[in-house]
Design a protein around this ligand. Sequence first.
Ligand SMILES: Cc1ncc(COP(=O)(O)O)c(C=O)c1O
Length: 370
Amino acid sequence: MKEIIAKRAKVVDASGIRKVFALAADLKDPVDFSIGQPDFDVPDALKDEAIKAIKAGQNKYSQTVGDKLLRGTISEQVKEEFGWSKPAVLVTSGVSGGLLLAFMALVNPGDEVIIPDPYFVMYKHLVNMLGGKCVFINSYPDFELPVEKIANSITDKTKLIVLNSPCNPTGVVYSEKQMKALAEIAAQKDLVVVTDEIYEKFCYDGECASIGNYYDKVLVLRGFSKPYAMTGWRLGYVAAGESLRDVVEEMTKIQQYTFVCAPTPFQKAAIAALDYDVSELVGGYRRKRDLIYEGLKDTFELVRPGGAFYVFVRAPGGRSTEFVERAIKNNVLIIPGNVFSEKDTHFRISFATSDEKIEQGIEILCKLAE
Ligand SMILES: Cc1ncc(COP(=O)(O)O)c(C=O)c1O
């Protein structure tokens, strides 16, 4: 029979995560450590802005590139932060939308894309769908930015380097020193860096460094989903300096024929979000980070996360899938490391849940490990 599904779709393998959700389907009130979104709701002041925009009739398409005022505000912020004189800004449908557009604009079949492993799973699938080749750089066991290994992996086919700090799934925040070192290497080889900074506000031990401060061939991707809990509002942005203005223009062109624009009323609310202080909410997550780390550190091997809301924990005996199956049977939902990695030695915990659930989960996981 004629194959109707495109080969492109078949390169995406979601079987690992599907298996987890199938196992979890019958759980009653589980400790759900699988969630990739905050457990708080959108702040009321920002909800009011969205409602106001809808009621005022701001419900039509916006410009493809994004709402003028929103782009202007983002532009001012990145100008100040990175010292870029004329930033290019594109408002996207979430960081996911920005990633798709960035890879579509940059990756040719056969191009190599350097990705530290473990990684946010979307990078791998997008690159594969576009016929690019992922070059995974092992960052175990400390998950720091493997600068030297990256330098040694660059070939004539290398097109770009993908960074994600704070990192999903490890929670690790790359240091300023590492960012500077990577910037030097990227500059020597004239490579584009795509930096996914969706968790930049969730930084627990000081400011998060951005490579945007040290290198200008960078696409900075940031989002509204995580800091304001607007995952369903589908909003993010891409910002770049002068040297990647043409890439942002290509991305805008592709957005015109795919997403068209990001949701208009929510773009209006995002203007207020940019000035909304989330430090108290982030403070609550810092406390959750401490709770989970202190609860697990004597029983498991894990790196203390400096950001995001994940910990990547080594499974007993380094056998993740087996441990995850046991955990799910005991009502704790965690994700096996092979969803985020070429290895399957660790599992991911999202601590974006109540303190009570975190405490319950710690107790069950520690018992299982003993
Ligand atoms: C590292 C990373 N990048 C991007 C995204 C996509 O976020 P959104 O499309 O909601 O902005 C996520 C969501 O989990 C993520 O963890």
